[in-house]
Design a protein around this ligand. Sequence first.
Ligand code: GDP
Length: 658
Amino acid sequence: MRVIGTAGHVDHGKSTLVKALTGIHPDRLKEEREREMTIDLGFAWMSLPARDIGESEEIGIIDVPGHRDFIENMLAGVGGIDAALFVVAADEGVMPQTREHLAILNLLQIQGGVIAITKIDMVENDADWLDLVESDLRQVTQGTVLGSAAIVRVSAISGEGIPELKEALRASLAERPPRPDLNRPRLPVDRVFTIAGFGSVVTGTLADGKLSVGDEVEVLPQGLRGRVRGLQTHKRKEQVAVAGSRTAVNISGIAIEDIHRGDIIAHPGDFKPTRRMDVHFRLLPDVSQPLKHNTEVKLFLAASEVVARLRLLGIEQINPGEEGWLQLELSHPVVAVRGDRYILRRPSPGETLGGGEVVDPQPKGRHKRFSTQTLAGLESLSLGSGSEVLLQALQALGVATLKDVFTRSNLDVETAFSEMIELVASGEVLILEDKPASTTRTQLSPDQLVIARTAWEQFAARLLREVENYHSNFPLRSGMPREELKSRSKAYITSPRVFNAAITRLIASGDLQENGPLVLCSGHTIRFNPDQQRKIEQLMKRFALSSLSPPTIKECQAEVGDDLVNALIETGELVAVSSEVVFDWHTYQRMLADVHRLIENKSTLSVAEARDYFNTSRRYVLAFLEHLDAIGVTVRDGDVRKLKQAGNQGNGNQVVRN
Ligand code: GDP
């Protein structure tokens, strides 16, 4: 479906021409009828013969106000149109809002259009005069989107030229390529009203995708959820509204006071509102002053209007007729996608400054004004091929699901998928949860996590550095607790899913090793310096002297320090059997084997028997036997212990770390 928008100076006959074309008077406000002036947007529709198929196509028409006081209402309607019906009265010719509306059509890059010189009856069809008006128009429109538009002479009163005008509109629309359908319906709301007994109704030009009765929808930027109860196009009930059609949506579940002109109706989760965007901008040649950094402006995007402050990037000021990059900081969030066109106006005195294209609707943050890297990034985003756009989107997101990357890139899903498969195959993009070697996969699903190769390299280096730092801060510890790494990396890894995938990948590539709850760099071992070595030797001498009544953990700590004791336990040189009792590794192994043998001979073992056998105090023996219970070598049965059932028995080599 297609929509045409009128444009032109006030009183040049736009509304009357729409009535002559469609039979519908588009002025809908009582005040408008009384003042004979269009104040807000008006709507009508008509049938035009569709090319080659002998059927007719229904075309929506948005009639916009021409008076300069209502130019901002005009902007709410003109965004979604396919072609302009540019109206100039024969008696007056080109007037100020003729030029202003032309500039707006040009900034919004509304490519299709027809120029109607209307009210020709007022100049009594004076051919010389009309030639003059026409040549003036050719000059004014030169180099603009209407540069090659057909010019048709009409009278809405006599009906002269109306069939020719319809034919010119049909031909102009037939030349337009179909709207790209990215399957993400987006309805910028241009009117909100209630119908008694029916509920909230909003209207707009559906920019993309389809909306169906029963769909769950979200009103953005508020994030309110509702449901499509009914749909109408051109006052006709529909089950499905398609891209490009004037659509009235009856929404249930949301109060009418909570929806406003400029809001977006979309499927939940498809769009994320933004309060900052990077844009390319052109200042109109006839504005009164150069554009300065930090100027407060009004942003018009789709049907929305918000106050914004602009930051000039890479340039001190933009002179009339020149272009540049801006970062806009918005007073309220809006929904924008890459490639959207917008207009900026000075709030007071009201003046259309210029406009351009949204290049990045969700920049990472505030840019430095003169960073060459930022400017190069914007350049490639605005000119970029599909794969460059995907890479830029991915780089801005860091790690993201494919779905999020595709959404941000605003490429159609098919292109995005095929470009992404290429990027994965060439190794430019990694699927985070895949094994490092599998780069040739062609099966992608939207919830997979992806990361650019360059970003992964930085990411991996950062994580490894974190673990290396830990090793050098704690040389006596065998590894870094995984949880500690997780909390240290929180600044750049925000989700546990990403963290786990990254660690798994680093383990698979051999950069990290895992040891229970610890991670360590490959090849990391605990190394003691000569002083520590000396202390350890002295301590181990004490263990050798009284191996079955050795120093307690506390005594060890007093002698060599906590860190060395922990290190000896981690390396297995000492084996802690309780929070107090520790044996050297050989003694521990010997005791374990002896207990096995004693129970095998006698089938049970009491604490007293063990104490006598080992000839040591009850404290050591009890701790040891309880430890054997805990690790599943023995089970306690009253006063004695037995070996645990075959199959679950500990073997003589078991070493347990606390
Ligand atoms: P708009 O402000 O551009 O929408 O202009 P309108 O459609 O309201 O028309 C302004 C005035 O011009 C009205 O009084 C119309 O009746 C008159 N008008 C519009 N078209 C024609 C026309 O073709 N011939 C004549 N004689 N008057 C016209």
